[in-house]
Ligand binder design. Structure first.
Ligand code: 5FU
Length: 273
């Protein structure tokens, strides 16, 4: 039987969340009819902003890796935040924190990147234990930020499987949903969560592509239909499939719109089961 959460429209899930970022994501998804997140993994700030302008209207979220940019600066994040308001999307810095609570709180708030000051959403590996959530929450929760735990990965041979994945869900549950709002995962890892009891988690899946099956470094792709209907994920995350498409700026814009339509059709189909 399908997971009960996958039978609920995004709009009906807003009220099940207290975290402002979770609510905003679901509101945007409903308003813009999109479950698409674009990962902008390019090396210059100007190029990234160009991609964001092309895809912004089609997405609920823009995902970054801020340590990829050669010319990272506060001016870049200021412009990204401005675009996130103008074009109505959430910013997700895919930082994958993985250290003790004290260290991650400093990595999140400080350094060159000051991630918490501009990124609505970030993520963490559960491998250090629940202190990582506590550390990040001291910084992010007062700002209304959200956190995803990495319960599974899209890459071949990932060790985040089975008991690790189950314990990740247990860790999130114990932390509560004031700050942790969901998971990076390939499946509906929130197994027995019941929306009828008010429990709702956001599942976001990378490793999505319509053209390729994978790359030479272990990445594995599934189609939006496989991810949204079969696996029951809420958000599809696409990188090279969109920003890497041949044919220039208009092609990038068109490709984002193509993935938005695919993802939304799959969502409508899953609701109709
Ligand atoms: F947590 C994960 C994961 O399990 N797989 C991923 O691919 C994150 N990612 C990120 O999604 C990865 O770091 C890239 O930024 C993006 C996928 O990019 P692609 O170009 O669509 O393969």
């Amino acid at each position: 039987a399908p997971h009960p959460t996958t039978l609920l429209p995004y709009a009906e899930r807003i009220k099940l969340h207290s975290n402002p970022t979770a609510r905003r994501i679901l509101e945007i998804m409903d308003r813009k009819k999109t479950n698409l997140a674009v990962s902008v993994d390019v090396t210059s700030a100007a190029e990234a902003l160009e991609v964001v302008k092309r895809v912004g209207a089609s997405v609920c979220m823009v995902k970054t890796h801020c340590d990829i940019f050669e010319d990272f600066s506060p001016a870049f994040t200021e412009e990204l935040v401005r675009l996130s308001k103008e074009l109505d999307f959430v910013i997700f810095e895919d930082r994958k924190f993985a250290d003790i609570g004290n260290t991650v709180s400093l990595q999140y708030s400080s350094g060159v990147h000051k991630i918490a000051s501009w990124s609505d959403l970030t993520n963490a590996h559960p491998v250090p234990g629940p202190g990582i959530i506590k550390g990040l929450a001291t910084v992010g929760q007062p700002l209304g930020r959200g956190l995803l735990l990495l319960a599974e990965m899209s890459s071949a041979g990932s060790l985040a499987v089975g008991g690790y994945t189950e314990q990740t869900f247990d860790m999130a549950r114990k932390a509560g949903r004031d700050f942790v709002i969901g998971f990076i995962a390939q499946n509906r890892v929130d197994k027995d969560a019941s929306p009828e009891k008010g429990e709702d988690w956001l599942i976001m899946s990378p490793g999505v592509g319509l053209a390729a099956k994978g790359d030479s470094l272990g990445q594995q792709y599934r189609t939006p239909r496989e991810v949204v209907i079969e696996a029951g994920a809420d958000v599809i995350i696409v990188g090279r499939g969109i920003y890497g498409v041949q044919g220039g700026e208009q092609a990038v814009k068109d490709e984002a719109e193509r993935y938005r339509v695919e993802g939304w059709k799959a969502y409508e189909e899953r609701l109709a089961r």
